[in-house]
Design a protein around this ligand. Structure first.
Ligand code: GLA
Length: 385
């Protein structure tokens, strides 16, 4: 296995040979050149080898911190790449607005009317989604080159300085995103940021998952649990109305494992507005402890993914805007609803909703956020508790 990886990445260099304390095979990271930006900047791809018993493997770029691939085994031990993406850098550059696998900043999801007021000053941010600003603007973090550093423990640290005024946001914001594949079969993402002026920040990762494997059809047959009693319904522009109604008795009730597709076509105004699910759920938690947010089980394969986060919300999106025009890795077509996103976050449009948990970051404070995607194998059918 290791030998195959070595051959595949050719001139890759082993940067790190992991932590002494780990009993399993040491976590390793290899680096290779992935391509060049139009301005000549070199983009690297890092391959993280998980030290857990599932032998997860992730490939992550210093361009937008994109998780390009994530391989996990099924019950028979067969590996599949469970995230959508492309094979080459030019394809990523040509198709930025699916945000496949990218870090989203400075502000994940929408800001209404592309403006907000902070300390009495109105800030205008790019209007790139109807009246709203989506995912940090036209040139958000999903288009930025990060500085990369391989950590002694086998992690990958990516840093980006977003200058004062970039995409309209105040303050020089230094953002650090760290990826680890842990010995507990987790892809762990730590986000940190500091600023020199009051600003707002809301970082996430926009990976699209299909637990059957990227490009293997719809995800409507996956079972989903969301640990949330409430959600944030939206207006016709997908901006939260500010209400936090209960999910009970609605197609938004995923408190126990339910097939994603079982209610998606119901005659429900919220589902119609978004063309499916594209909403933020209010996670059941107090404070910012790392807690279970979601569990997804893929059919047949037994691949199971849990999401844990310190964030108060999660955007569950069913790939409603995928339309089969994009060909991804291996030439596979990514049809509508052929992937789901679980984007951990503060609620959309929080800067315009004083009642929502605050996204304000001030000088001297440190924004910190953690999200873990934990992989496991579900019990075979018939053996469920
Ligand atoms: C988020 C948004 C969606 C859509 C996708 C990417 O999930 O909420 O509306 O923009 O990103 O297409």
């Amino acid at each position: 296995m290791q030998g195959a990886i070595w051959r595949a990445i050719g001139a890759a260099i082993v940067i790190v040979a992991g932590a002494i304390a780990q009993p399993a095979a040491p976590a390793t990271v290899t680096q290779a050149v992935f391509g060049k930006m139009p301005d000549g900047a070199t983009i690297h791809i890092y391959t993280l080898h998980g030290s857990g018993n599932l032998h997860l493997q992730a490939r992550i770029m210093d361009y937008a911190g994109i998780v390009m691939s994530l391989e996990a085994p099924d019950r028979a031990g067969k590996m599949a790449d469970v995230v959508l993406g492309f094979d080459t850098l030019p394809e990523y550059l040509a198709n930025p607005t699916q945000y496949f696998g990218a870090i989203i900043g400075r502000y994940a999801n929408r800001i209404a009317n592309a403006r907000f007021t902070l300390d009495g000053v109105e800030y205008k941010v790019p209007r790139n989604n109807g009246e709203a600003s989506l995912h940090g603007g036209d040139n958000g973090f999903f288009k930025r080159v990060f500085k990369s550093r391989v950590l002694p423990d086998g992690g990958l640290e990516l840093t980006y300085l977003s200058k004062d005024g970039e995409e309209g946001y105040p303050g020089n914001l230094t953002a650090t995103v760290t990826y680890h594949l842990t010995d507990a079969n987790e892809l762990k993402i730590d986000y940190a940021a500091t600023t020199d002026k009051d600003t707002v920040v809301n970082l996430t990762n926009h990976s699209y998952f299909n637990l059957k494997g990227a490009g293997s059809g719809e995800i409507l047959d996956h079972d989903l649990m969301l640990n949330a009693d409430r959600y944030t319904p939206v207006d016709k522009n997908l901006i939260p109305t500010g209400q936090l109604p209960g999910v009970a008795g609605t197609p938004f009730d995923f408190r126990s494992l339910t097939p994603i597709g079982s209610r998606i076509e119901q005659n429900n105004e919220q589902l119609k507005i978004a063309g499916g699910y594209d909403h933020n759920w209010v996670l059941n938690k107090s404070g910012n402890a790392l807690t279970l947010a979601a569990r997804v089980e893929g059919p047949v394969s037994g691949r199971l993914m849990e999401v844990y986060t310190t964030e108060p919300g999660i955007q569950f999106y069913t790939g409603n805007f995928l339309d089969g025009t994009v060909k991804g890795k291996g030439g596979k077509v990514y049809a509508r609803r052929s992937a789901f996103c679980l984007e951990t976050q503060h609620f959309p449009d929080s800067p315009n909703h004083p009642a929502f948990p605050s996204t304000v970051l001030k000088p001297g404070q440190r924004y910190q956020s953690e999200t873990v995607y934990r992989f496991a194998l579900a019990p075979p059918p018939g053996r469920k508790q």
